[in-house]
Write a protein that binds this ligand. Structure first.
Ligand SMILES: Cc1cc2nc3c(=O)[nH]c(=O)nc-3n(C[C@H](O)[C@H](O)[C@H](O)COP(=O)(O)O)c2cc1C
Length: 171
């Protein structure tokens, strides 16, 4: 089955997951790997990667998702806040709502992604000590993500989705 991997990534976190997915899938069936593009729409399955912007996917991904018709979609993304799986679920629900047919999603994966140092400096200047500490702790925890274990879990999610979809192709 022909597949495409598209990713939107400003600082490289989501790109790292995209590369991990590429490694887990057979090279010969890949029709497109790159930034969101109409070229990817010809594939039957599209692995769509986004960075989280204000609780949902970034604008480039949002625009791409609105073009999906009958393709099967695997959503993957990174977010600065990684403390709770329910936060990731909330984001994935918001992203699925960008699709004309939300039931075309056959799998998903999210993990934490590091943020630029300017964000830490902004947190350092915050007045509320409890909120400041919470945000700084989260920032520091994010520094190492996505790591090797995140990439492995992403590949496992891809393989599991592949097997559950009835047409197993992953390596
Ligand atoms: C403008 C902006 C808005 C963001 N909004 C959120 C957000 O609402 N929730 C969140 O968890 N992370 C948020 N982040 C953090 C990024 O989603 C995170 O660092 C992501 O891993 C970046 O991915 P990339 O390296 O692929 O660009 C935001 C980052 C920026 C620059």
């Amino acid at each position: 089955m022909r597949y495409a991997i598209v990713y939107s990534s400003v600082t490289g976190n989501t790109l790292r997951l995209a590369n991990a997915i590429k490694e887990a899938l057979p090279e010969e069936s890949c029709v497109y790997f790159g930034e969101p593009s109409d070229e990817a729409l010809g594939a039957e399955r599209i692995y769509v990667g986004f960075w989280t912007d204000k609780g949902t996917c970034d604008a480039k991904t949002s625009s791409f998702l609105s073009k999906i018709t009958s393709q099967k979609i695997f959503l993957f993304g990174t977010a600065g806040f990684g403390g709770s799986p329910s936060y990731f679920d909330q984001i994935l629900t918001a992203v699925s709502e960008k699709l004309n047919t939300p039931d075309c999603v056959f799998g998903s994966y999210m993990c934490q992604g590091k943020m630029p140092d300017a964000v830490r400096r902004r947190y350092e200047g915050m007045e509320d000590p409890i909120r400041r500490k919470m945000l700084l702790d989260n920032f520091d925890a994010a520094r190492v993500h996505p790591d090797e274990a995140d990439c492995k879990r992403c590949q496992e999610a891809v393989r599991a989705a592949d097997e559950n979809s009835g047409v197993a192709e992953s390596k």
